[in-house]
Design a binder for this molecule. Structure first.
Ligand code: ADP
Length: 376
């Protein structure tokens, strides 16, 4: 049998058996020596005792013989009892190791078959207990990931369905002659497909970035230059809403970044600020070098005096498809993954992103990007 139970029991029992054998022999030997001494003293003899009891056996009286027999009997029973108890103890010890392992293997098999989240109830404080704790965590992480994946897929399906239904409905209307085939209509449909395409590209980037598989083309990049370029691009949008775009760019060195991806981060944050800031508002973008956790970082701030975010929404705004305004109105919101992309891209650069916001007063997004290598 190839079971650990039998192997551990066998090994332990062998150890106990050998120990008992040695102890019995030692006790027997010791007793023989003492008994010879006793006989010598008792009967006084000039014979040479060679140490073997049978040589002196002839000198024993009945009581001595009975004593020796009872001694051997005792040794036999004590040895037998120890072996019996040893066998039971070895088996129980082996069981205490293998039973939890059996629970673990059946739970692992259940997880393999799709029962994500299956937990084992092993509370010992030893290595098996630690293994159980790790297993339970792993199983829970698998369950969480699985439900996240399912939710993500359902969200994607939902997000794609809405614009596709609009496009399909309009095209059907045009084919049936119910809707005009005017340039304006075609333009609006084109706009819709453009948004759809952008969302699919964003989703692709986000999933790749989350899996750590988005290739980053890192090279020395000028953060201030990138911000200026994005601001120039968004200037017309800001003018349209009469929002002031102010930049307070500090003296910061070049750092190793994927410039396109970091530009995408700035673009997402500033378009959000524009989207959620009312007319005549102000958006300020500032950069600086700061020291945090004993390291130097480049700190980038995007602050607006727009509508702000409710405290209850703040913890979720970096989640996929999370929108404060659930109406999914195109005017008031985008795809709902802009901030998830921001967070992921910044983290892929070894940085962090935080937000401080007050409803009615505005929001400030802080990003920290590390200097490459060790900087004093
Ligand atoms: P969306 O594409 O809907 O803007 P994001 O992931 O970019 O999605 O943002 C998630 C949500 O966070 C938005 O729906 C919005 O409610 C809120 N939000 C993001 N930026 C701001 C901001 N500057 N001011 C107020 N709310 C914001």
């Amino acid at each position: 049998m190839n079971s650990i139970t039998y192997r551990i029991t066998g090994l332990m029992f062998l150890g106990i058996f050998l120990t008992v054998l040695i102890l019995i022999n030692l006790a027997n030997y010791q007793m023989e020596m003492l008994f010879e001494e006793y006989l010598k003293v008792q009967y006084g003899t000039h014979r040479q005792f060679m140490g073997a009891i049978h040589e002196s056996a002839a000198m024993m009286g009945l009581p001595e013989k009975e004593f020796m027999q009872s001694f051997h009997r005792s040794l036999f029973w004590v040895g037998g009892a120890i072996l019996f108890v040893g066998l039971i103890a070895s088996y129980l010890l082996a069981q205490s190791i293998t039973v939890p392992l059996r629970y673990l293997s059946s739970a692992a098999d259940a997880v393999r078959k799709g029962a994500y989240g299956r937990q084992v109830d092993i509370s010992s404080d030893d290595e098996v207990g630690q293994l159980a704790v790790i297993f339970n965590r792993m199983s829970k992480a698998l369950a969480d990931n699985n439900s996240l994946r399912q939710r993500f897929l359902a969200d994607i399906a939902h997000e794609l369905k809405t614009p596709l239904t609009v496009i399909q409905g309009n095209l059907e209307g045009m084919l049936e002659g119910v809707i005009d085939r005017s340039d304006e209509q075609i333009n609006s449909l084109y706009e819709e497909t453009f948004q759809l395409n952008r969302m699919i590209r964003d989703l692709r980037d986000l999933t790749l970035a989350e899996a750590g598989q988005l290739p980053l083309e890192k090279k020395p990049g000028d953060i201030n230059g990138l911000i200026s370029r994005v601001l120039l691009m968004l200037e017309p949008l800001a003018e349209e809403k009469n929002i002031a775009l102010v930049s307070k760019l500090g003296r910061i060195p070049e750092i190793i970044i994927d410039t396109d991806r970091i530009a995408q981060v700035f673009y997402n944050l500033i378009t959000n600020a524009l989207r959620y800031t009312t007319k005549n508002g102000k958006i300020t973008i500032s950069t600086d070098v700061v020291r945090k956790d004993g390291r130097k970082w480049i700190k980038i701030e995007v602050a607006d005096n727009g509508i702000g975010i409710f405290p209850q929404d703040l913890p979720f705004i970096f989640d996929h498809f999370y929108r404060v305004d659930k109406s999914r109105d195109k005017q008031s919101g985008g795809s709902g993954i802009g901030l998830a992309i921001v967070k992921q891209l910044i983290e892929n650069h070894g940085g962090t992103v935080e937000v401080v916001s007050e409803r009615g007063k505005g929001s400030t997004f802080f990003m920290y990007l590390p200097f490459e290598g060790k900087n004093s």
